[in-house]
Structures are given as C-alpha cells and as structure tokens.
Design a protein around this ligand. Structure first.
Ligand SMILES: *[C@@H]1O[C@H](CO)[C@@H](O)[C@H](O)[C@H]1NC(C)=O
Length: 229
C-alpha cells in the first residue's frame, strides 16, 4: 500500500518542477516576483500539509539481534548494528534509484523494490574493515563487491574512486562466491532485512520530503528558519 503512496509523493514533488508559472518572470519586476513567491509558498504549504497527512505503514521491528542506530534517520550513520562475537556488523541502506538515476528496474517501480546495502564488518584492533556492497530484494540478496576499507573512512554507500573496490564479484570462482554469501548470512545479513529496511526508508523519505517543502519555503519566504527545520 505505501509503495503507491511513495510514488505519489514523488509525483507531487515532480509537479513542482512544472515551469508554467515561470514565463511571467521573464519581464519581471519586484512586485511580480513577490507574486511568484507567494504562489510558490502557497503551493509548498499545500503539499507540505498533504504529505503531513499521509499514513505510515505499520511499524516493523528490525530482525533480532540487530538494533536500530539512534539518529540514523537524520544522518549518514548506519541504520542497524549488531555484535557477532567481537565483530561489529553495521548496515547502511539506500534505494538503488537514489544512487543511479533511473537505476534499478526499468518499469514504473523506479527501483523501489531493490535496495542497496552496505555491510561493514569490523574487528577490534584492526584498522581496516571488510565491506560488502549488496543488492537486497524482498526474497533475495546479491553481493556486488567485497573490499577492505579503512575504518571511519566508510561514509555509507560512497565508493571512493581511488580505492580498490575488489575484483568483479561475478568473476570470482563459484565456491568463493558461495562462501562469501555464507559469511554474511551467518552474520544475519539476508533477505529477512528487507521488510524492515524498506519501511525505514519510507519513513526517512517522508521526513526528507517534509523538510524539503519546509526549508525551501522558509528560504523563499526569507524568514528565519524555525528551530526544527
Ligand atoms: C536470515 O538470518 C536470520 C538470522 O540468522 C535467520 O533467523 C533467518 O531465518 C534468515 N532468513 C532467511 C530468509 O534465510
């Protein structure tokens, strides 16, 4: 149900790009521009209120023993963490469509059913961590790459171009690929994460969209931003 809502939200954002009102600004004066401003402000406010009324999907708990990282909705920190022995497993997530414009599947889903997962495995006393980039679907998980990263340099999903990102995973021997799959599976990284992460991203997208309407409005209006903006 909320898939549709999300697409709707993106659609609302897209209508704001329609340039029909901009023609008048060509031969503009201050008074026209303030009319344009108030039209934009009204539109932003309407959509803000509309989005604010959206209902959320039922709350999904993360698969145990993963726990949600506090503040992850508002930062680039990992979403989930767990310990595995003395290893720390951190999970970052993004929609594929947000990384590769038009990425994911090419039907009208816009890649909503495919998530991009970054799994970071770190050990005490080791300066590098083991990183997996994975595609996550409702019923499957696939590894794109395996690489070593300097701890704390891992900024979520960003792949540093200067760093070696590991061999092309598909080119590895099948037994090695299976062994890597078992390695992350043993650490609880599998398709069971999908439901939670999908719901979590929905909340995050909703929050970003609300904030976007608000901060753009505050900027155009020229007033001081509210504390929570
Ligand atoms: C995923 O991993 C968890 C924890 O190891 C396990 O309980 C669950 O059954 C796994 N799910 C699938 C679909 O393999």
């Amino acid at each position: 149900m909320w898939k549709k809502v999300l697409v709707g939200a993106a659609g609302i954002a897209a209508t704001l790009r329609h340039p029909c009102h901009l023609i008048e600004t060509r031969h503009s004066s201050t008074s026209i521009s303030s009319a344009v401003n108030s039209m934009l402000l009204r539109s932003l406010k309407e959509h803000y209120l509309e989005i604010a009324k959206m209902t959320f999907p039922p709350k999904v708990d993360p698969p145990s023993p993963f726990t949600i990282v506090k503040g992850a909705l508002d930062s680039n920190s990992p979403v989930l963490k767990r310990m595995y022995g003395d290893e720390e497993i951190s999970i970052y997530v993004m929609r594929l469509a947000n990384i590769v414009p038009g990425g994911g599947d090419d039907d009208d889903n816009n890649g909503i059913d495919q998530l991009f997962l970054h799994v970071d495995v770190s050990k005490p006393g080791q300066k590098d961590s083991l990183n997996f980039l994975c595609g996550l679907y409702e019923d499957a998980i696939g590894i794109h790459s395996v690489s070593m990263r300097t701890k704390f340099e891992t900024s979520g999903y960003l792949v540093t171009p200067s760093q070696y990102n590991g061999p092309v995973f598909e080119d590895l021997d099948e037994r090695m690929r299976d062994a890597f799959h078992n390695y992350i599976d043993e650490r609880g990284v599998n398709e069971s994460l999908f439901k939670f992460l999908q719901a979590w991203l929905y909340v995050k997208d909703h929050r970003h969209l609300m904030r976007w309407f608000k901060t753009v409005g505050v900027f155009v209006d020229g007033k001081k931003p509210a504390k929570d903006a």
